[in-house]
Design a protein around this ligand. Sequence first.
Ligand code: G3P
Ligand code: MG
Length: 243
Amino acid sequence: MTKIFAHRGSAGTHPENTMIAFYEAERVEADGIELDVQMTKDGALVVIHDETIDRTTDGTGWVKDFIYKELQQFNAVYKFAEQYDFCRIPLLEEVLQWIEPTELLLNIELKNGLIEYKKLEEKVIDMVRHYHLEHRVVLSSFNHNSMALCHRLAPEIETAILYMKSLCQPWKYMRAIGASGLHPYHGTVTESFVRQAHDHRVAVRPFTINKAGLMKKMFQYQVDAIFTDYPSKAKQLLNNQKT
Ligand code: G3P
Ligand code: MG
C-alpha cells in the first residue's frame, strides 16, 4: 500500500515546515511527514525549505548568516497572520521530540545542494540516533555525495536520492551510493520503472503529487510512497480505492 507523506507538513493548506503543518499531518492520519533542514551560523539545525528566510518568514537574509537566537524572532506564519499567532522556524530537534511518541514516519531532506553546511550529515544523524528514530527516518538529498556519506556514517538509516531527470544506470548508481530509496520528480516515473526498482529492492517515492489524477496514477503504479501538499485528499482517495 502506498504511504502518504505530508510534504513540508501539509504545505497545501498550512504554513509549510511549521509545527502547525506537522500537527495537521498527524491529524489527517498521514503515514509520515517530509521536512527540509538547513543550518544556522552557530550550527543549529532548522526546518526551512529555502536557503533564505525571505519567502516564508517576515524577515530577510540567509539562514547561514543568522545565529539561531536571531532567527527565532522571525515569524514563519506571517502569511497566515489572520489564522495564527506568531510561530517561529522550528528546530529539527523539536520535531524529533514531538514525533518520537507518534507512529509517524519522517523524511528529513538535507538542503545541501547549494550550500555545503559543515558537518550537517553528522549532526542530523546524531540527532536521529539520540531520539532512537533510526528505523522510522529516511534521509534524502539532491546532493548525492551527501547521501553516500550518510550511508557510510549510519548504514542503519535509510538514505534516498532526490532527482529531477532520469538517472543513467540507476541500480548501479544506487549501489555505489548505498542508497535504497529513489525520490524522483514524478514526471520520470513509469509503471515499468517502479517494477524494476522493486526487483532491485529499491523504494520509489515520487514528489510532489498534488492532483487527484496523478495520485491515482501513482497508486496504480504501486509506488512505495508519495509526497503531497494535500495528505488529507490523498488519504481519502486511497481509502476510497480500498472500499
Ligand atoms: O523531498 C521531496 C521534495 O521535498 C523535494 O523538493 O524542493 O520540495 O524540497 P522540495
Ligand atoms: Mg523537501
